[in-house]
Design a protein around this ligand. Structure first.
Ligand SMILES: Cc1cc2nc3c(=O)[nH]c(=O)nc-3n(C[C@H](O)[C@H](O)[C@H](O)COP(=O)(O)OP(=O)(O)OC[C@H]3O[C@@H](n4cnc5c(N)ncnc54)[C@H](O)[C@@H]3O)c2cc1C
Ligand code: SF4
Length: 338
């Protein structure tokens, strides 16, 4: 592991000032000179692997008193970026009014990790592509722009079937982001010019020709929280993975339905494990609007959700798996007792 400086943030403005320090000329384009440290469950891993090489880490945990609140109101929800995954997952108000959020967090990582990991760090975790995480492979456009992509012709069983480019096919690994994008969340971003708010759907960037630029955050900005309007008691997160103990998704679905007298008034569907970024399946959602949900419609919705999917040598099974996850999630959400 390379030497690095450690600084504890005294307050928000001190943290933002330190993080705004310009990157040194020889720093990888994906790495700022200074990197925020929250739970550290991903950042420290990647530093040990020599994939991320910040010169300084800025420990933002002292900001927790301002940024870890979980606030369930009659008109919506606000979650602080430094709230721990385990605390939010076990909150009875979240379990009751936003089960898709509680599920997405409970099904992520392990209990020990969830006790440390924060919501802000979770949405910014980086891909588990093994060629990205192993610096022994030269070709990785995300780690070394312009170097190629070892996964294209390599072992790509876990890679994306939606949203890939000819530069990168890495899967976005997180679970919680699918719940946020399905519920039209807003992300709150603190910068030196103040706080700005962005639809969560605009936070992550598709890989395109610059897979090393993963988000629309400006250098030095921090996520301070997330906001969701309304309540979504008829919602859930279903995740298919290689083992039931801690494991990343092969295919997952975040579903939220508003059903009145058997007719769908509103439907939200997002997919995980299948795409290069949190993936909202809007065309599939539209098929549900104003309809009575039955098996035939659920199958059409699943087909629409995976339309446009492109398989590589080893990941073709994800398309059929993704469809099964969507149909099962729809059925479970429609029959939830609320
Ligand atoms: C074995 C294992 C299994 C896992 N399985 C799953 C899984 O199934 N599903 C899943 O979703 N996740 C899984 N994870 C990932 C885990 O959930 C993340 O490591 C964790 O959520 C990251 O949160 P953190 O607070 O520890 O982030 P950190 O490691 O502290 O930070 C992560 C990144 O975000 C940046 N950052 C952190 N907070 C902020 C902020 N507020 N503003 C701006 N930048 C910030 C950091 O600089 C860093 O780049 C797994 C991890 C491991 C090690
Ligand atoms: S899929 Fe993306 S992260 Fe993986 S090797 Fe290719 S460029 Fe790198």
């Amino acid at each position: 592991m390379r030497p690095f400086a450690y600084q504890k943030a005294a307050d928000v403005s001190a943290a933002l000032q330190t993080l705004a320090a310009p990157a040194a000329a020889d720093t990888s384009p994906t790495d700022a000179a200074a990197q925020p440290l929250a739970g550290g469950t991903t950042l420290i891993d990647l530093m040990k692997l020599d994939v991320m090489r910040p010169r300084m880490i800025v420990d933002i945990n002292p900001l927790a008193s301002a940024w870890s609140a979980v606030d369930v109101r009659s008109d919506g929800l606000r979650l602080g970026a430094l709230a721990r995954m385990s605390d939010v997952a076990a909150n009875p108000e979240i379990e009751k009014n936003y089960p898709v959020i509680a599920d997405s967090l409970k099904l992520a990582a392990s209990p020990q990790l969830r006790n440390m990991a924060t919501l802000g760090g979770n949405v910014l975790q980086r891909t588990r592509c093994s060629y990205f995480r192993d610096i022994g492979y030269d070709a990785c456009n995300k780690r070394r722009p312009g170097s190629g992509c070892a996964a294209m012709e390599g072992f790509n069983r876990n890679h994306a079937v939606l949203g890939a480019s000819d530069q990168c096919i890495a899967t976005y690994p997180g679970d919680f982001a699918q719940a946020l994008i399905a519920l039209d969340a807003t992300v709150e971003i603190a910068g030196r010019a103040g706080t700005r708010r962005l639809p969560f759907a605009q936070l992550h960037r598709p890989p395109g020709s610059t897979p090393h630029i993963e988000t629309t955050l400006a250098p030095g900005e921090l996520i301070s929280g997330f906001a969701i309007a309304g309540r979504w008691p008829r919602s859930l997160y279903l995740k298919a993975r290689d083992r039931q103990s801690y494991e990343f998704a092969l295919a997952s679905a975040a579903i939220a339905l508003d059903i009145v007298d058997g007719t769908v008034r509103d439907a939200r569907l997002a997919l995980g494990g299948l795409a290069t970024l949190p993936w909202r399946a809007r065309a599939a959602e539209a098929l549900l609007q104003g309809q009575k949900l039955d098996d035939a419609l659920a199958r059409r919705v699943a087909d629409a959700a995976l339309s446009g999917a492109v398989a590589r040598q080893h990941n073709g099974f994800k398309i059929a798996l993704g469809k099964r996850v969507v149909t099962r999630a729809l059925h479970q959400a429609a029959t939830l007792e609320i």
